[in-house]
Write a protein of this length. Structure first.
Length: 65
């Protein structure tokens, strides 16, 4: 199960966050806007999800930077 962690400005920022969390051994799922089909732009907001029970780890990583 996954829980919503944060929303970022675009796909580029989402990939940067994914790489940062991966370096700290935390899985992240990046979800594009729903309902747009294949026409989703790289400039649209993305929602980041973390595994259930790991949100506190993600918050700790954010606190460190």
């Amino acid at each position: 199960m996954w829980v919503e962690f944060m929303t970022v400005r675009n796909a580029y920022a989402a990939e940067t966050w994914r790489e940062l969390f991966a370096a700290e051994a935390l899985s992240i799922r990046v979800i594009p806007p729903v309902g747009r089909g294949e026409k989703v732009s790289m400039h649209e907001p993305r929602t980041l999800y973390v595994p259930t029970g790991k949100a506190h780890v993600a918050r700790e990583i954010l606190r460190k930077i």
